[in-house]
Design a protein around this ligand. Structure first.
Ligand code: PLP
Length: 453
């Protein structure tokens, strides 16, 4: 059976890993000192436990970030292809957002009332995404949670359907995987006391008969999906998949929620607009405010009517939707500037060209070294995967993940001033990334492959 390490000289790869760890330690004394200080009062030594999931022996401390670049505490400069795992997809501190929040910073942050930015932001979202009614949250996780709640309330159906290997943030409902074909609660989920498999149905992506069979029961409120899976490595929809899937979902009386948090890399209106999909609801977090914490979700006219009816029919009191700081004035100002001046068609055209240059360069390096790997691109998002062709579902995608191998490559890049996403092998470009940055990344990647075989 093929493995992710086919074509590699594994003892050589492990020796490279040791050398790169030693080089990292020697190169980053200030980050090491700061990490030791942080460990005194930060649980796990970092502000969020997952900041330990990088390839580095201790966390790299960032001093400042701008555009496609950041500088660490030891004064090294990096080209950032991680871009906050999409939070900074349009570059760090884009000037229009920086100016908008600087302006807003002297005009108040939160008042539990709409600011003058609210209506223009909602109008722009409606224009871009083709859904007329919008609400706000502080993170994509929250937005997904709220949408599931609204849709269960609106439909009177209790179940949700997700695709095997999905990630939609810290939404408990969706942490259900297929293990040997059996829906199973994800072991890694902490402190969960409810039986998630009672209300979550999981099928493989690209499997239309499984989708049809699951929806035939008539108890599923909605399908929550990324239009391209991006969180277990990328899994592309097969040609015609979404057309057929949308028809099935509609015929079975369920609703389709598209989570564009990562696939917004596909264009100013996300993957759904770029590919003529017609979801009932759409979620987008991370880069929508240029990296300021905020997220949005939109509903079709028909769904909005049902949601409003559900709320008006409920007794007064806590709805379970919303947090105090959601839709605050600060986030609204950031979203308005970002939507109007940063997430533009022009910016996307630039990013697409850069991402294609990157994908072509990575492919050429892979071919040059005879590696049985492939490269997948979704707009401004590119990924190299440890298999000759892209996986078709979550199970296949899971099988080709190899975190040890990933970390060797990531650390090799990092020690040479290049940051890529710590999970699998995803790279983003922003409008400020240059062709030279990409040439440099491809060269270093090529050098790394030469040391692995
Ligand atoms: C598709 C998708 N949706 C939602 C989220 C959650 O975003 P956040 O962690 O900002 O809540 C993520 C995070 O990676 C994601 O990839």
């Amino acid at each position: 059976m093929a493995t992710t390490r086919d074509g590699l000289n594994w003892p050589r790869a492990q020796a490279l890993a040791d050398a790169e760890r030693a080089a990292y330690i020697a190169r980053n004394p200030e980050s090491e000192k700061l990490a030791a200080q942080a460990a005194r009062h930060l649980l796990f030594g970092v502000p969020m436990h997952w900041m330990n999931d990088w390839s580095t022996p201790f966390p790299l401390t960032v001093r400042d970030a701008s555009g496609a670049r950041f500088r660490d505490a030891d004064g090294h400069d990096y080209v950032d292809f991680c871009l906050g795992d999409t939070g900074a997809m349009f570059g760090h501190a884009p000037p229009p957002v920086a100016q908008a929040i600087a302006r807003q910073s002297a005009r108040g942050y939160t008042a539990m009332l709409p600011s003058e930015d609210a209506a223009p932001v909602a109008a722009e979202l409606a224009r871009r995404f083709g859904l007329p009614f919008w609400q706000f949250a502080l993170s994509a996780s929250d937005a997904n949670r709220f949408v599931l709640r609204w849709l269960r309330a609106a439909t009177g159906r209790s179940k949700v359907l997700v695709f095997n290997g999905c990630y939609h943030g810290t939404v408990d409902d969706v942490f259900v995987d297929l293990v040997d074909g059996v829906p199973t609660q994800r072991d890694s989920l902490l402190g969960q006391v409810h039986k998630l498999t009672d209300h979550t149905v999981v099928v493989e992506f690209n499997d239309l008969p499984a989708l049809e069979a699951a929806l035939a029961q008539g108890d599923i409120a909605c399908v929550l999906a990324e239009p391209v899976m991006t969180n277990i490595g990328m899994v592309l929809p097969q040609p015609g998949y979404w057309d057929a899937a949308q028809q099935i979902i509609k015929r079975r009386g369920a609703l389709l929620v598209i989570d564009e948090t990562h696939t917004i890399s596909s264009g100013p209106g996300g993957y759904a607009q770029a590919h003529g999909m017609q979801p009932d609801a759409l979620v987008l977090g991370k880069p929508i405010g240029g990296g300021i914490p905020c997220a949005v979700y939109g509903f079709s006219g028909e769904l909005a009517r049902r949601v409003e009816h559900a709320k008006r029919s409920a007794p007064p009191g806590h709805s379970g939707v919303g947090t105090t700081l959601s839709a605050n004035m600060f986030a609204m100002a950031a979203m308005r500037a970002n939507l109007e001046q940063v997430m533009t068609e022009h910016a996307y055209q630039k990013m697409f060209a850069l991402a294609s240059q990157l994908a072509d360069g990575l492919r050429a390096a892979i071919v040059r070294h005879g590696m049985p790997w492939c490269v997948t691109q979704v707009g401004a998002r590119t990924e190299f995967q440890f298999a000759p062709s892209a996986p078709l579902d979550g199970t296949a995608a899971q099988a080709i993940l190899d975190s040890e191998l990933e970390q060797i490559i990531h650390l090799y890049l990092l020690n040479r001033g290049l940051l890529i996403t710590p999970f699998h092998n995803m790279l983003l470009v922003c409008p400020d990334t240059s062709e030279r940055d990409i040439e440099y990344l491809v060269k270093v990647f090529d050098d790394c492959l030469a040391l692995l075989i």
